[in-house]
Each structure stands twice: as structure tokens, then as C-alpha cells.
Design a protein around this ligand. Structure first.
Ligand code: ZN
Length: 241
């Protein structure tokens, strides 16, 4: 399986930011490191500096893309976002982490505001498993805690998810749909809320379990490209998907 991780890699490069101390090599490498423990996963990383490497050909070879972005969403070219959207519609899986809720590809795939409420106050978050039967929740207890996290709160401006796998509760009282899935065309999409850049959240074993499970779940069952010459596509669609 080919996994492509995009991280804008902005906060972590500033030595004055807390994110630099937590992720000196960037969040993309922290995520890549634990995914690479699985010999079946071939993991490639891309940052904003080389975002144009996300070409149509690369996406055709990618089973699942993982996306982390925050303050550089607008710097991602529209053409790249469109390519990611198209690839998902044609079967590629996509996982959007934390502040990627406002990334161009996620907003294109959702078609809604994707807005939410937020504050930074080191609240503890308890993440409740609301769909224990879901493959993304495999191996987790009824809930798990993240000692400190940025608070995200409802209302979350997303289309009603196919499944809400997790709901987060924060010590300040907010609740949030922290893990949601959607089918978009032939592709599977998962949004997962934890992952603010100043906390070591991508080193958390439960968070790593969720992301590992999500990679497996989001990998393509079948892509439109597999069907160009087979009878399951109506003739009119051949070559157009
Ligand atoms: Zn954040």
C-alpha cells in the first residue's frame, strides 16, 4: 500500500514555536515513522515546499493520502486540491487531521463551511468510541484520553457523516464529532480531530492506532481505473471518470 502524507510543515520549522520542540522533524515524519513499522506500507511525505509533487500520476499510485494543514491552506494551489478531490472520487482514500478541516481538498469534498468553534487552553480531551463495530475503532477501549489538546467545539459545519466513529469531550464542557467518515464517489474519507501542533498527540499510542486503522479502512476497494474495460461501468462513462 502506498501512503502519501502531506504536511504544510510551517509551525515546526520556527525554532521559537512550541511545535518545533515537539516535532523537530515535522509532524509528517512523526506520522510516517509509526506507519513505516508496518512493512506493508510504503510511506512518502510531501510538504508545502514541494506540494507540486502531488501530481496526477503520484495520486494514481497512492492508496491513501493523509493531510495536515493549518495556516497555509491558501498557499496550496487550487490545481493540487482539485487533483486530490478527483483522485478521491476515483477511489483513493483520504484522511484529514485536525485543522485540515479548512484545507482546500477537504472543503471541496464536503461542500460546506467546515467551520467550528475553538480555543487553546490545554483542556484534557476524552474521546468516546461511538461506533465500536467500525474498523477504525478496532483495538480501542470505550474511550481514551488525550492529556492536553486544543479544544474544538460544535457546531461543526460538515455534511451529516456516514458514521460518527468518535465524539470528543473536553474538560471545558465542549463536545465535538472528532472522528467522522464519508463516502465520496468511489473513495473513502475520514476526518480525525486530535493533532494540534504544540502537543505530542501523534506519539500517542491510541491516536496511532486510529490512524493505522483508518489507513486500512480508507484504502481503495476498487478504483474507477480498474473498471474502464469491464462491464460494471455504463458505456457512456468509460474514459470519462
Ligand atoms: Zn490546532
Amino acid at each position: 500500500m502506498n501512503i502519501l502524507i502531506y504536511n504544510e510543515f510551517f509551525h515546526e520549522q520556527d525554532p521559537n514555536e512550541r511545535a518545533h520542540a515537539v516535532y523537530p522533524n515535522g509532524m509528517h515524519n512523526a506520522i510516517a515513522d509509526f506507519l513505516r513499522e508496518d512493512q506493508e506500507l510504503h510511506v512518502r511525505t510531501v510538504t508545502l515546499a514541494n506540494v507540486e509533487e502531488i501530481t496526477e500520476d503520484v495520486l494514481k499510485q497512492t492508496d491513501v493520502i493523509i493531510w495536515w494543514g493549518h495556516c497555509c491552506h491558501d498557499d496550496v494551489p487550487d490545481a493540487v486540491a482539485e487533483r486530490v478531490q478527483e483522485a478521491v472520487l476515483n477511489g483513493m482514500g483520504a484522511i484529514f487531521l485536525h485543522s485540515a478541516h479548512k484545507s482546500k481538498p477537504f472543503m471541496r469534498l464536503m461542500g460546506t463551511s467546515c467551520s467550528l468553534t475553538w480555543r487553546e487552553s490545554d483542556d484534557m480531551e476524552r474521546i468516546w468510541v461511538t461506533a465500536p463495530y467500525h474498523p477504525i475503532a478496532a483495538g480501542l477501549d470505550r474511550c481514551f484520553e488525550i492529556p492536553a489538546d486544543e479544544t474544538y467545539g460544535e457546531p461543526f459545519g460538515i455534511p451529516t457523516p456516514d458514521e460518527t466513529v468518535f465524539i470528543g469531550w473536553f474538560t471545558g464542557g465542549e463536545v465535538f464529532r472528532s472522528g467522522c467518515t464519508w463516502q465520496r464517489g468511489w473513495g473513502r474519507v475520514f476526518y480525525f480531530q486530535p493533532g494540534h501542533e504544540t502537543y505530542p498527540i501523534f506519539f500517542d499510542p491510541n491516536v496511532q492506532t486510529v490512524i493505522r486503522n483508518a489507513v486500512r479502512w480508507a484504502s481503495p476497494v476498487r478504483r474507477t481505473a480498474d473498471c474502464m474495460d469491464c462491464p460494471c461501468l455504463p458505456k457512456a462513462h468509460k474514459g470519462t471518470l
